[in-house]
Design a protein around this ligand. Sequence first.
Ligand code: ADP
Ligand code: 5GP
Length: 192
Amino acid sequence: MRKGKIIVLSAPSGSGKSTIINRLMDNPSLNLRFSISATSRQPRGNENNGKEYYFLTQDEFKEKVDKDEFVEWEEVYAGTCYGTLKSEVTRITESEYSNLIMDIDVKGALNVKQKFGESALTIFIMPPSIEALEKRLRNRSTDTEESINKRLSKAEYEMQFSQEFDIIIVNDNLDEAVNSVTKAIKNYIECN
Ligand code: ADP
Ligand code: 5GP
């Protein structure tokens, strides 16, 4: 029996999704657990296996795909795969009375919605404009010029899918965006 609900956040890189998720995780009334994805990319900085991601080799990732162990998976960047393990969803939504929050790409989010229907709420975090997005990516100072350009051109593609999400929230003022996402999640949890 599924006890918890699934909340999925997607956004073009630099929109503020991680910042918003961190704020939501600090709100005990939402009772959220972060869904740890598997990825074939290398850990970055202080990332630890089993905390930010389950880090797998390409072969290990492929083996799990072949064994049908993923709810969804995507090659988000060329040669780098990310996916949500079935075991992760079961672990949280069937064994605890908490809600699972996923930070996954646009296609992954729509696949989760297709699989879980009313048991999942999909939220698209929209930047106020492409210019603002570019500024945030530059201010974050974590990406090379090439990476910024790759993320910006992908952003326009991703934004085309925004209408397919249950809710779109513009992250212009951060506090307002966090409030809107919080209200949407509370409303969803209480009414479903
Ligand atoms: P994402 O997870 O979507 O890639 P981040 O959460 O890393 O994005 O945010 C990208 C940058 O934008 C960070 O430096 C963050 O502090 C900043 N940021 C987030 N929300 C806002 C906002 N509403 N206004 C201005 N800057 C923001
Ligand atoms: P990063 O490498 O910056 O941590 O993440 C890159 C992208 O992969 C982000 O857009 C993130 O939302 C997406 N992502 C992370 N985990 C998953 C997952 O399990 N499935 C899918 N489809 N995308 C994911």
